[in-house]
Design a protein around this ligand. Structure first.
Ligand SMILES: Cc1cc2nc3c(=O)[nH]c(=O)nc-3n(C[C@H](O)[C@H](O)[C@H](O)COP(=O)(O)O)c2cc1C
Length: 150
């Protein structure tokens, strides 16, 4: 099974760390969003898309990238994110955008990540030490479920 993970992680590399944990299990190729072209998506059985949450949304460039893709035929995909709140609902909009492009979204993962954004920097940050060992274990378990679904 060939897997690709595309991510954007600009605040504290939180999402990149989760991408690495998922990618380790899937033996995936990891690509920064800024380095990937639509043609690079060809030939993969499973593609993961992830970013931090910035202003209540996954990174806007991720949406621009997905919305500009040509339609695919039932390629398995998943979405992952890290954020201050760690809620899965942050992933829903990108899952939807992927469906509209013909992807088959088979799962999503979310966890908390350190943030020093806005007022949090005054207190040394929120979610110190996150993602932590438990988050990485959960990300790896999630990757196992993705592997079993493809
Ligand atoms: C400009 C900015 C806006 C953010 N907005 C939100 C937000 O709306 N909701 C939230 O839960 N976290 C928010 N965060 C926290 C980040 O989502 C969190 O730190 C995330 O783990 C960053 O991922 P990264 O290190 O991969 O970039 C924000 C952080 C930044 C820098």
């Amino acid at each position: 099974m060939k897997s690709l993970i595309i991510f954007k992680s600009i605040h504290h590399n939180n999402t990149e760390k989760i991408a690495n944990a998922i990618g380790f299990v899937l033996q995936a190729k990891l690509s920064k969003l800024s380095e990937v072209k639509p043609s690079n998506l060809q030939g993969f059985d499973l593609i993961g898309f992830g970013s931090g949450v910035y202003g209540a949304s996954l990174d806007k460039d991720l949406f621009t990238f997905v919305n500009a893709l040509q339609k695919v035929n039932d390629v398995n995909a998943f979405v992952f994110s890290t954020s201050g709140g760690g809620e899965e609902k942050n992933n829903w909009k990108l899952m939807d955008a992927l469906s509209k492009k013909g992807f088959n979204p088979i799962g999503q993962f979310a966890c908390k990540g350190l943030t020093t954004w806005g007022p949090f920097k005054l207190f040394g940050g929120r979610n110190k030490g996150r993602p932590n060992q438990t988050d990485f274990e959960n990300a790896k378990k999630f990757a196992e479920t993705m592997k079993n679904k493809v």
